[in-house]
Ligand binder design. Structure first.
Ligand code: GLU
Length: 504
């Protein structure tokens, strides 16, 4: 089942919380299909549920889509020919078409009070009825009863008059669907008593008037399709193509805004919100690739592909409707790959906000520090996320380092021997130009001269200058630190070793 019109697909989030990973994956598939076909990708904000509205979520959605590089062709902030793109600004359209349905006998006003509906629900529960729902009381009011209700000024909702019998079949291009019994769908509300449309009604009306050709969305909406299909039929509108993709995250809890979560090593559970991935130091390139392989395969040989490659090859029918979530370790691996692909200058730029936060420095000051471009190439290979950089390079940006003096004592040596080695290295370093080409052979020769293993000498120097056992390659680190700070830190370490010796 395909459409003959130019492809128009949409992402239609409800602004009820931060933009989550499942939404991002749905947006990605829609975007890929639009770009693959030369069609349009539309962002529509489904803000008709006033009770669940969370103001920050709109900006978060826009920021998340931009960060992932999923540019939309029509929508908030940019407009387009089919606007407005906020449902709350389209109320007259919904009223016009709900009135049309009433006139045509496909919808009716229902005056039932909350109390009546509550009592009905309790009664049905007591009788253990299968299909719970509205009993269609107001559907069969006489003209006179209706006029009387109107005269009381009772608040009304508009309900859809579902066919009472028969079945509704519908096609999803990704899966086989069993037909639904129409009697199971109990005349859902189209317009609420506050005058706002329900999701189902606004969604169908907008998909039609925005000329949406393909609906690619999470499979939590599958059970709504029988109603949607009947709405299209009642209107006599052409139906879009449906493709429901499996959830990768349970959407429950998506409404609540969680604080930034630190990822714990070894925890394979996915983070919930796109912003959490950005804050945890994942690259948008890696996220794009990671989201795409959750349900789609570029090739049987590789999971790594560029945005352009995905656009060239993507088709909805290739989505695997059974695929679920992947573990975080897969994303870490992809992220490391994309980090290694960056030029050091680009990586440095991207590291700035992370390092600035870790160090408590202004970004501009960090950007101007000559140590940064020297250190970035040294750590590029080792980073899984941008957030990993801080603990590797902070030694070059802090005035003082602190560490356990015991760490200065090399394996197999005493404190006195370690001190002697450090003093000799210190003397040598004070007379050398600080380049890797000079320092490396000089210190290697010194190790031989002192009958030390290189690891012993380099270990002492590493701790003395960085305060760490694990740090970026030593010679590059010394160059980034510069002669003055390197020598000062040697002096400090020698004092610590002397104290150790005196104490032992
Ligand atoms: N507003 C719905 C949501 O938040 C849109 C579902 C659809 O794409 O039809 O997921």
């Amino acid at each position: 089942m395909t459409s003959n019109h130019p492809v128009r697909v949409r992402m239609a989030p409800s602004p009820t919380g931060y933009f989550h990973l499942g939404g991002a994956r749905t947006a990605l598939f829609n975007w890929l299909y639009a770009r693959h076909t030369g069609g349009k990708f539309i962002l529509r904000i489904e803000d008709t549920d006033q009770t669940r509205y969370v103001p920050e979520s709109l900006q978060d959605t826009i920021d998340s889509l931009r960060w992932l590089g999923l540019d939309y062709d029509e929508g908030p902030e940019i407009g387009g020919d089919y606007g407005p793109y906020f449902q709350s600004q389209r109320l007259p359209l919904y009223h016009q078409w709900s009135e049309w349905l009433i006139r045509e006998g496909h919808a009716y006003r229902c005056y039932c009070s909350e109390e009546r509906l509550d009592a009905l629900r309790k009664e049905q529960a007591a009788r253990k009825e299968d299909a719970l729902g509205y009993d269609r009381h107001c559907r069969f009011l006489t003209t006179r009863e209706r006029a009387e209700m109107e005269a009381t000024g009772a608040r009304a909702v508009v309900r859809f008059a579902m066919p009472l019998e028969g079945q509704t079949a519908f096609v999803d291009i990704l899966r086989k669907m069993k037909p639904w019994e129409n009697s199971q769908v109990r005349d859902p509300i189209l317009i609420k008593s506050d005058g706002f449309p329900t999701y189902h009604f606004a969604n169908v009306v907008d998909d039609h008037f925005m000329a949406i050709t393909h609906i690619l969305r999470g499979d939590e909406w599958l059970s709504s399709v029988p109603l949607h299909v009947n709405l299209y039929r009642a209107f006599g509108w052409e139906m879009p193509v449906y493709a429901h993709v499996p959830l990768i995250l349970d959407p429950s809890g998506v409404g609540k805004l969680s604080k930034r979560k630190k990822r714990t090593e070894g925890n394979e559970d996915l983070l919930t919100f796109v912003r959490e991935y950005r804050d945890a130091g994942y690259l948008p390139e890696a996220m794009f690739n990671f989201l795409a392989v959750m349900g789609w395969a570029y090739s049987p040989d590789t999971d790594l592909f560029s945005r352009e490659q995905a656009v060239a090859k993507f088709d909805i029918v290739d989505i695997n409707p059974a695929a679920g979530a992947l573990p975080m370790s897969k994303l870490d691996w992809m992220n490391g790959h994309y980090i290694r692909q960056l030029s050091p200058a680009d990586l440095g730029e991207r590291l700035l906000p992370f390092l600035a936060e870790d160090l408590g420095w202004p970004v501009a000051a960090l950007a101007a520090d000559p140590a940064l471009p020297l250190l970035v190439p040294l750590i590029q290979e080792r980073l899984k996320t941008l957030a990993d950089a801080g603990e590797l390079v902070d030694f070059a940006f802090v005035a003082e380092i602190s560490y356990d003096p015991q760490m200065l004592v090399a394996k197999g040596l005493t404190a006195a021997q370690s001190l002697a080695a450090l003093e000799t290295a210190h003397r040598l370093l004070s007379g050398l130009p600080f380049t890797v080409e000079v320092l490396e052979p000089a210190l290697r020769d010194l190790a031989v001269e002192l009958s030390l293993k290189p690891g012993q000498l380099f270990g002492i120097l590493r701790v003395a200058t960085t305060g760490k056992n694990v740090a970026p390659p030593l010679f590059g680190s010394l160059v980034a630190l510069g002669r003055e700070r390197t020598l000062a830190r040697c002096t400090q370490a020698e004092q610590l070793l002397r104290q150790l010796e005196a104490g032992s």
